[in-house]
Design a protein around this ligand. Sequence first.
Ligand SMILES: Nc1nc2c(ncn2[C@@H]2O[C@H](COP(=O)(O)OP(=O)(O)OP(=O)(O)O)[C@@H](O)[C@H]2O)c(=O)[nH]1
Ligand SMILES: [Mg+2]
Length: 488
Amino acid sequence: MCDMDAFVSDTICAPASGMGGAVALIRVSGPDTFALLDRVVHFRRGDAASAKGNRIKFGEIDGVDEVLVSIFRAPHSYTGEDSAEIGCHASPYIVSRILQLLCEAGARLAAPGEFTLRAFAGGKMDLAQAEAVADLIAADTQTAHRIAVNQLRGQYSQRLRSLKESLLEIASLMELELDFSEEEVEFADRGKLRSLLNATCAEIARLADSFKLGNAIKSGVPVVIAGAVNAGKSTLLNALLGEERAIVSDIPGTTRDTVEETLALGGIRFRFIDTAGLREASDAIEKIGIERSYASLGKADVVIGVLDALSPLEVVRKSCEEIGARLTPEQTVLWVRNKVDAYDMIPPEEFPRFDRTYGIFELKYPAFGTYYLDPAALAAELGVPAVLDISARTGEGLDALKERLTGCVGDISGVGDATLVTNLRHYEALRSALEDLRRVSAGLDSGLSGDLLAQDLRSAIRFLETIFGEVTSDDILKRIFERFCVGK
Ligand SMILES: Nc1nc2c(ncn2[C@@H]2O[C@H](COP(=O)(O)OP(=O)(O)OP(=O)(O)O)[C@@H](O)[C@H]2O)c(=O)[nH]1
Ligand SMILES: [Mg+2]
């Protein structure tokens, strides 16, 4: 357990609103909140210290601003302590001047997440709920928002607590068995113990499995757009975003550095990363860019492998192999053949230039059909599951590409109401609990000593408890709350 008293002895203040806007909010919390306010603010009527209950008071800070102060008396506040929110005009000068006056009067500037940490320490919320506060602020899609709200309201913790209850019941059933085993009494409830253990394991496994989708919804899905120079990667990024984000030109090697932009598709945030085209570069800067392309492939959940419809098949095959060799089985690759619109535009006298191109000539110009491969035949030729024909220039095939992208994430309909794990810390705790429980299960089968089983079971319970912070350490709390913004 951590030493909460160290956190809650003084009075803290911090700006709580973002930049911009007309009005700013400054938060104060701690035992001296009201005395401190009375030193800094001249209230129109009465003072903060003797104000009854929660109320809003109008006042003036000399030479600085007129302010509206919301007073929250313990325990009816976010932190559970005496606290207040000062509304003032959103000039950076006013905000910093008020904070300075509060600090001169005895407050301390809060660390990131310190208000929420106090709410947790004061028993206003458990740790999973506290983490949901940060998720709620960061949520930028409806789905991410719904999941954060569900977790903040405690449904998620409730679900995990009932799993803990099941484990406690298993523990007590096991103890019964231990007590009687020496007397060789037939254990009546063994079937119940088994089925409860199996059901609990299955539920924990389901929750752990939900992390892939939960994390995709919360953090976004990194999608790397990779391929040979000039294949149209940057054009594709721009077409997906609907804006001219990356520079496009017919000069091979236009993109030198990775360009990243996010886009929500079907309730999921995708982080598209356009990369420098892959080739043997002679230029030192381009070489660095290509190294970055390879490095970013490692961070992708999904790779869009862009193949140039106007390149010869052998060149395409090489690019396909280069990308494929750097991916792991967990990563999904969507292969696209870009520039299919160009087939229409190539004048017949240009055809010799496209010799051994795997294009669509056959359809438009049957005489040149020898090298045409439809997408399925091309996929077979390249040894990949599928290829999608697209034109980043005209938008052809992009809806199908978007559909395949959302298909990579899984079905998100109804996830707002399901219990979904979005937090890596929780996922790891669930995985560890599951490992312990699987040992318990195997131990039961092989007649392992009850002491050893009980040990693993206790460890599984502790892992669940870390999720809502019943067991925690200063280190864990520090790591969680330092990722919060100041003022939350
Ligand atoms: N006809 C046609 N041309 C395209 C299409 N997509 C891209 N192009 C053209 O192909 C050339 C290269 O496009 P870019 O998007 O810069 O290609 P890139 O893959 O980002 O190239 P690098 O950054 O150099 O690796 C430009 O002249 C684009 O206009 C397409 O769908 N159809
Ligand atoms: Mg580019």
